[in-house]
Design a protein around this ligand. Structure first.
Ligand SMILES: *Cc1c(COP(=O)(O)O)cnc(C)c1O
Length: 394
């Protein structure tokens, strides 16, 4: 197979992509059009929680495709109810709305917060978010994000998202006024470079939001669904948020996301919220398979164990090479480099022969690791050894 056989020029340009086409995958491995294989520590951007082409997901997809694909969101279907029940049984939340992407789930969270205030308070609409945060690529979620340059790229922004500094409670407190309805954050900033909110900060936020009768919204699109070693990252801080959004890992690779809330916050009225594919049985059946596998006895414990192992191996490497350590939770981790060579490492790792390695540099001075949650210790060892050869070749 030749790369020129693929009409990639018909695709709208959005980013630089290498001249390869991925053709198939299994577990932690991806294969391209030349037959070369790659150890995948990106996994669709922390999306393929169970690796490529997981058997349970395939079975669920196949069975559901033969049973019912889409009765319309105006009617109940069995997988949508079953997955909602599984999520409420395994979280502090009572109500679930399904969406197709993380950004859409966050749009829902923003709407729900504004609606809640209109209904129960006096129409406040400001949601305090954080510098370096990432909440999606719709106009509102880009406005909520604290990514450099995003305030001007599609100006004007949607107003109402003042930015505070992560892990600095005073910076949040000074932004609170009569227009404030909520505080929204990623318990671990993913795109920002794997920066965890501290347990102390999460608890301070919960106390502060309760004191001012504000909602606490956690965007767990990246940190949720087992990624942090617990089913949801908010559990690490022993707090209960009012609203949570999920995406990425919940679908294990298929487009599925969710907006969850406490019963007293779930105040949408008929017609306030919806969407053509929301809660479609094909995707929710896959989500049910994914979450069932994550909550199976011993699974999350194994994620924590492998997270610890990866952490220890990254620290060893950091000491060996004079890097600046590592950070993260579970299997969402970052290695802090000693210079801005992240992109160069990513490039060289992919081009390595005979096998490539897929890594991500969320920022130029660090590498982000987001392997499948069922990655093996042996695969972590292979990744470390491949990474060492790349570093040797620089
Ligand atoms: C990826 C991500 C999103 C956006 O999800 P999409 O499915 O790409 O819309 C939102 N929030 C966080 C924390 C993310 O990592």
């Amino acid at each position: 197979m030749n790369f020129n056989e693929y009409p990639v020029d018909s695709l709208m340009y959005i980013t630089n992509r290498p001249d390869i086409v991925f053709t198939h995958g299994k577990g932690s491995w991806l294969y391209d059009n030349t037959g070369k294989r790659y150890l995948d520590f990106i996994q669709g951007w922390a999306v393929n929680s169970l690796g490529h082409c997981n058997e349970g997901m395939i079975e669920a997809l196949d069975k559901q495709a033969r049973t019912l694909i889409n009765p319309s969101p105006a009617f109940y279907n069995a997988p949508m109810a079953q997955l909602a029940g599984l999520l409420t049984a395994n979280s502090c939340f009572d109500k679930v709305f399904f969406a197709n992407s993380g950004a859409e789930a966050n749009e829902g969270a923003i709407k729900l917060a504004r609606k809640w205030d209109k209904k129960f308070r006096n129409g406040a609409y400001e949601i305090i978010t954080f510098d370096h945060s990432f909440h999606g690529r719709t106009i509102a979620t880009m406005s909520a994000s604290g990514k450099a340059g995003w305030d001007t790229i599609y100006a004007p922004q949607v107003p109402g998202f003042p930015k505070a500094d992560l892990n600095d409670i005073a910076s949040v407190e000074t932004l609170i006024n009569e227009k404030t309805v909520a505080v929204m954050l990623e318990p671990i900033q993913g795109e920002g470079g794997v920066i965890p909110a501290t347990r102390e900060f999460m608890q301070q936020l919960r106390t502060l939001t309760k004191k001012h009768n504000l909602l606490l919204i956690v965007d767990e699109v990246q940190s949720g669904c087992g990624r942090a070693g617990t089913l949801f990252a908010y559990e690490l801080s022993d707090i209960e948020p009012d609203i949570m959004t999920l995406g990425k890992g919940i679908g294990g690779g298929v487009p599925l996301a969710a907006l969850l809330s406490k019963a007293n916050v779930a105040c949408f009225e008929a017609g306030d919220q919806g969407g053509t594919y929301n809660g479609n049985p094909l995707m929710t059946a896959v989500g049910y398979s994914v979450i069932s596998q994550l909550v199976a006895p011993g699974f999350l414990e194994s994620v924590r164990e492998k997270g610890k192992y990866l952490k220890q191996e990254l620290l060893k490497l950091s000491e060996e090479r004079g890097f600046k350590g590592e950070r993260g939770e579970g299997l969402l981790r970052a290695l802090l480099l000693d210079s801005d060579k992240g992109l160069q490492i990513v490039q060289k790792a992919r081009l390595m022969q005979p096998n490539g390695l897929l890594l991500n540099a969320a920022r130029p001075n660090l590498l982000r690791f987001m392997p499948a949650l069922n990655v093996t210790k042996d695969e972590i060892d292979q990744m470390m050894s491949m990474l060492r050869s790349v570093l040797d070749s620089l």
